[in-house]
Design a protein around this ligand. Structure first.
Ligand SMILES: [Zn+2]
Length: 153
C-alpha cells in the first residue's frame, strides 16, 4: 500500500462554504453527554439509561459527502478544515465530454495546443446543468473554473 498522486486537467467547479454551528443528535449517555459504544443499556459512568443527546458542532454549511443525490456525479477534493473554505468538484461521468480529463499515473503527456478552454467550461455547465443548479442552492457560491487539480490518494 502506498500513496499516489492524481492529476486532473480540465473544467471543474469551485464550491465555497462557510462554517456554522449545527446541532446534531448523538447516541450515548444523555447525562454525561458522551457517546457510549458498548452493549450495556446503561451508562457505565453514571448509570443513566443510554439514549440520545444533542451536541453543538462547528461544521461546514455544505458538505458534498452529505449530498446523497449527487454523490456519484462528481469526484470531490478539498481541505475539509473547520474554517470557511471550498470543495473542488470534477465530473465523474463521461456525458459526451470533449476529451478525457484525467492523466494516468504512468508516463503520459497531453498536448494542449488545441484545447478550447471556453468550450470545455461551457460543456461542464451544460452537461451537468441540473446538478449545478442543486449545488447553487447548497453552497455559498459555485464557480466554473478550468485548470489543474492535484491530490494524493
Ligand atoms: Zn453517563
Amino acid at each position: 500500500m502506498g500513496t499516489s498522486r492524481d492529476l486532473y486537467l480540465g473544467p471543474y467547479l469551485k464550491c465555497s462554504y462557510h462554517t456554522e454551528t449545527k446541532t446534531v443528535e448523538r447516541r450515548g449517555c444523555p447525562k454525561c453527554k458522551e457517546p457510549k459504544y458498548h452493549s450495556s443499556k446503561f451508562c457505565p459512568d453514571c448509570g443513566t439509561e443510554l439514549g440520545t443527546y444533542e451536541e453543538e458542532v462547528k461544521a461546514a454549511s455544505a458538505d458534498y459527502y452529505d449530498m446523497d443525490d449527487l454523490i456519484d456525479v462528481f469526484n470531490t477534493q478539498g481541505e475539509y478544515a473547520n474554517h470557511d473554505g471550498f470543495e473542488i468538484l470534477m465530473p465523474n461521468m463521461y456525458r459526451d465530454a470533449p476529451r478525457s480529463f484525467s492523466i494516468s499515473e504512468d508516463f503520459s503527456h497531453l498536448n494542449l495546443k488545441d484545447v478550447d478552454v471556453d468550450v470545455e467550461m461551457k460543456w461542464l455547465e451544460t452537461a451537468f446543468e441540473e446538478e449545478i443548479g442543486l449545488l447553487y442552492e447548497r453552497y455559498d457560491s459555485v464557480e466554473v473554473c478550468w485548470g489543474v487539480v492535484q491530490w494524493w490518494s
